[in-house]
Ligand binder design. Structure first.
Ligand code: NI
Length: 162
């Protein structure tokens, strides 16, 4: 089982590299990331969260199938913004309301190397944006206002010391 790194690990703050060859190793990694995501009871997991600076993430939201996104790019967003309470397997037990576009269009390659385009809405749109943030070293707490973030980090560090 892949280990999930948590807040404080520098790898969560780095930029990823594009994946130039979608081979069997990448397909295996995607499967292992899906397993780690299920194990952690999460709905999305990005490669930096398992210590790898590769441009890929996996997700599986309720009512959908597991999906793999390699070299994802958001190519369109709705004007409409929505708040939604987000959490992250790398900041366990912490949640905060993040405002993001309600729908996005994302372009990526799947684990077979096949390009695809997806119009995502609802929770899927949310997860896609959260995971693509991870590929840029951005965490959901970065979207909170200073006061909210300080409060969250205080509770988190207390929790981690136990
Ligand atoms: Ni996350």
């Amino acid at each position: 089982m892949l280990d999930i790194v948590t807040l404080g690990d520098e790898v969560l703050r780095e930029q990823v590299d594009e994946i130039t060859d979608v081979n069997g190793e990448i397909a295996d990694l995607a499967q292992n990331m899906i397993s780690a995501m299920y194990h952690g009871d999460g709905v999305g997991l990005a490669a930096p969260q398992v210590g790898l600076l590769k441009s890929m993430f996996v997700c599986h939201v309720n009512g959908d199938q597991p999906r793999v996104f390699i070299n994802p790019q958001i190519i369109g967003t709705s004007q409409e913004l929505l708040p939604y309470e987000e959490g992250c397997l790398s900041i366990p037990g912490m949640y905060g309301d993040v405002i993001r576009p309600a729908t996005v269009t994302v372009q990526a390659v799947n684990e077979q190397g096949k390009p695809f385009k997806l119009d995502a809405e609802g929770l899927l749109a949310r997860v896609v944006q959260h995971e693509i943030d991870h590929l840029k070293g951005v965490l959901f707490i970065d979207h909170l206002d200073d006061k909210q973030r300080e409060r969250l980090l205080k509770v988190y560090s207390k929790k981690m010391r136990k």
